[in-house]
Write a protein that binds this ligand. Structure first.
Ligand SMILES: C[S@@+](CC[C@H](N)C(=O)[O-])C[C@H]1O[C@@H](n2cnc3c(N)ncnc32)[C@H](O)[C@@H]1O
Length: 381
């Protein structure tokens, strides 16, 4: 039959074609399957955490968290609290300095109208709590305490319920309950929206702050906002006890750092604190409104927390801040950065923009010890 000889060849070609298409689909499906499985495995190995941070700083917190932990998956971000997963060991997560507190997330729930007492009851009613606690294998040995917080304040709760929860934690983790003396801290954190977060605190940085001193987390945020570089000449001309200055020289690179304050006793104390280094730093008494020792355009970064006028007499606040801005504009070089923490009522933005030397780059509204404050980042033109 004419052409009969080519029929099988056509069949063969189409068979090969179909096989290839099938194989391609199968391979693709297999690759999708493997990727999904790997993702699941990766997620499974990722520990869940939650961390608290200064309310109003969600945008930068999200950005920095993703910069610092390459594998991080942010589950959700609330005002002042972020829930995320990472493979980074918990002791390293506990060292993140822009967080106030970090915890391994054990469980979370939400119940409108819940208070500290009810939150403890919710946990006790959780059938899976034992399993979740047992999975915290790494905490075996040592002692613990239970902390319950409601809307950012620690609260006391019904003794019987808390004792029941403490016994439960002790049985499941092998840790010994030691009340306030406990080394590890299990926190039941209740927020105003009814969210309940239960976690093991892993924050390794503990530092008592003195009156008027900025908390470490805030000092870190202010320094980081200034985009620190190792070539930086840094200045804090209202250094006080030195929270910002110390954070800059201990956590970020710099070429030279200078701290100034008009209060000689604060300068003497700070000088003692940095006795471990005499290189690349200068600490001296002086007036931030007249930095005559500092040459024009010789500074790269100013990060500072000037007096708010609540405790000190500043005279006319507008005039005080205008003189300050003019002096900062003189010593900062072109492209320099100024990060300032001020009381919100001062209207600092308007004062700073009366000079054409500065443009506003970023602004955050926060609370500092319950007082309304703003963080401004200005760029020197
Ligand atoms: C808000 S406090 C800074 C607190 C600091 N951030 C800390 O963590 O301790 C303001 C500081 O400015 C200082 N001060 C007030 N007027 C000054 C001036 N004209 N020049 C330099 N320092 C001044 C005060 O002595 C005070 O220590």
């Amino acid at each position: 039959m004419p052409g009969a000889g080519i029929e099988p060849a056509r069949d063969f070609t189409s068979q090969v074609f179909e096989t290839c298409v099938f194989a391609s689909f199968t391979t693709q499906a297999y690759v999708y399957y493997l990727t999904a499985r790997l993702n699941l495995l990766r997620l499974a190995r990722m520990l869940p955490f939650f961390s608290t941070f200064i309310s109003g700083l969600g945008k930068v917190t999200d950005r920095w968290l993703k910069e610092d932990l390459a594998d991080v998956e942010v589950d959700f971000l609330l005002d002042g609290l972020v829930v995320f997963r990472t493979k980074t060991p918990s002791h390293q997560v506990g060292k993140i300095r822009f967080f106030n507190n970090s915890f391994i997330l054990i469980s979370r729930d939400k119940l409108i109208g819940v208070d500290g007492d009810k939150a403890v009851q919710v946990l006790l009613a959780d059938k899976d709590l034992g399993e979740k606690l047992s999975s915290l294998g790494a905490v075996k040995g040592g002692s613990f305490k239970l902390v319950v917080s409601f809307e950012n304040r620690t609260v006391s709760v019904d003794h019987d319920s808390s004792a029941k929860l403490e016994r439960f934690i002790s049985n499941r983790t092998g840790l010994k309950w030691l009340g306030v003396e406990g080394e590890r801290e299990f926190w039941v954190m209740v927020r105003s929206d009814g969210s309940i977060f239960f976690g093991l605190r892993i924050t390794s940085l503990k530092k008592k702050v003195t009156e008027g001193e900025l908390k470490l987390g805030l000092a870190n945020v202010l320094c980081r906002l200034s985009d620190p570089l190792k070539s930086d000449i840094f200045l804090d001309p209202y250094c006080g006890s030195g929270a910002i200055f110390l954070e800059r020289i201990s956590s970020f690179p710099y070429k030279f750092a200078c701290a100034i304050d008009s209060d000689v006793s604060k300068i003497n104390l700070l000088t003692k604190k940095v006795s471990w280094t005499r290189e690349k730093v200068k600490i001296r008494a002086g007036n931030a409104l007249n930095l005559s020792e500092i040459e024009d355009e010789s500074v790269d970064k100013i990060v500072t927390d000037p007096p708010w006028g609540h405790h000190e007499k500043l005279g006319d606040v507008g005039t005080f801040y205008k003189r300050m801005i003019d002096e900062f504009g003189r010593v900062l070089g072109p492209g320099g950065v100024m990060v300032v923490l001020v009381a919100r009522e001062i209207g600092f933005e308007g004062i700073a923009l009366t000079t054409s030397k500065f443009t506003l780059a970023e602004k955050y509204e926060i609370l500092v010890s319950g007082k309304k404050a703003s963080i401004f980042k200005f760029l020197r033109a």
